[in-house]
Design a binder for this molecule. Structure first.
Ligand SMILES: [Zn+2]
Length: 322
């Protein structure tokens, strides 16, 4: 029986700003651990976050570049959980009213493996803005936390489950990165963790309408790793499903030298993050005029320009003779 792969991507992009999302600490990579910190990003009690206007503007810019609808009324929410890299025990993020909804990335040209890509658009579900968390560093039996990254503005770009191959995922990521760099929204340096990608992947028989069991792939630190891990998962999941095995919802990591994914944890019960509106910040409102001003500052979208060039070079004489 032939199988189809369904892939959706969650891409985290650090926004290029001078300071962090809710405080005045520098947003700068590579400094001495815990040197760019203050009571706000260390989660001391009683402090008040102040949203970074440049990060908000660049998130809206990202949405406009990708053809999203921009919410004129938006707000921040608290996502409650405990982890050592997050001293407040909640992350400020956006739940039901993100800055950007909808949008799409068209695929074009040849894929990573040289085959032509299908003529299709990968839908974008939403883009929301949140704060990054600290970074755990492991030294043998002890671990340290570097909070320089805590509070760095971070966009999450969630795609629709529209991709059907490793090549499509690679092309989508490449286009997304190009847009972010082109519009000056992020440098997207993966070695500095400025662009991070999680993959949701499942397989199903071609005749089946419902999605198969979703596996989440984490810790993919290059586009090549995304491509290779998807190919590996397609083979693994297809073999399992076609032999009648019932897959569980899992989070899996990628072992690059071995070229295979490994089990990190099973997802038996969904987290309850107890989201609620951030009480220390006002909702964020934008008028259509303010959104138009942001749009006015943006460069032409790469694929729109490509289309324009292809169209104009395809029939160069039309303009001369008409
Ligand atoms: Zn700070």
């Amino acid at each position: 029986m032939p199988y189809e792969t369904v892939i959706g991507l969650e891409v985290h992009v650090q926004v290029r700003t001078r300071t962090k999302m809710f405080c005045a600490c520098p947003n700068h990579f590579g400094d001495e651990p815990n040197s760019n910190v203050c009571p706000v990003c260390l989660g001391y009690p009683g402090v008040l976050p102040v949203p970074n206007a440049e990060a908000v503007r660049k998130t809206i810019a990202a949405g406009l570049m990708l053809g999203c609808k921009i919410n004129e009324f938006s707000k921040f929410d608290r996502k409650n959980y405990y982890y050592p890299d997050m001293p407040k025990n909640y992350q400020i993020t956006q739940f039901d009213l993100p800055f950007c909804l909808g949008g799409a990335v068209p695929l074009a040209g040849k894929g990573y493996s040289g085959e032509p890509l299908p003529d299709k658009r990968i839908g974008i579900t939403r883009i929301h803005l949140e704060e990054d968390v600290g970074k755990l560093n492991h030294f043998g039996k002890v671990s340290g936390v570097d909070f320089n990254r805590a509070g760095v503005p971070l966009m999450e770009i969630v795609s629709e489950p529209d991709m059907r191959s490793a090549d499509e995922a690679y092309a989508y990521l490449t286009a997304l990165k190009q847009v972010m760099q082109y519009a000056g929204i992020s440098d997207c340096d993966m070695e500095k963790g400025q662009l991070r990608c999680d993959v949701n992947i499942s397989v199903r028989p071609f005749v089946q309408k419902e999605f198969g069991t979703k596996i989440e792939l984490k810790n993919l630190n290059s586009f090549r790793a995304v491509h290779r891990s998807i190919l590996h998962e397609i083979t693994r999941q297809t073999a399992a499903v076609s032999s009648g095995e019932k897959l569980r919802q899992e989070t899996r990591g990628w072992n690059d030298p071995a070229g295979e994914t490994y089990l990190m944890r099973t997802k038996e019960n969904a987290h309850d993050y107890r989201y609620f509106p951030e009480p220390d910040m006002m909702p964020v409102e934008h008028t259509p005029e303010q959104i138009a001003v942001i749009r006015y500052t943006l460069p032409e979208v790469p694929w729109v320009r490509r289309e324009r060039f292809v169209t104009s070079t395809a029939s160069p004489r039309t303009t001369l003779t008409s």
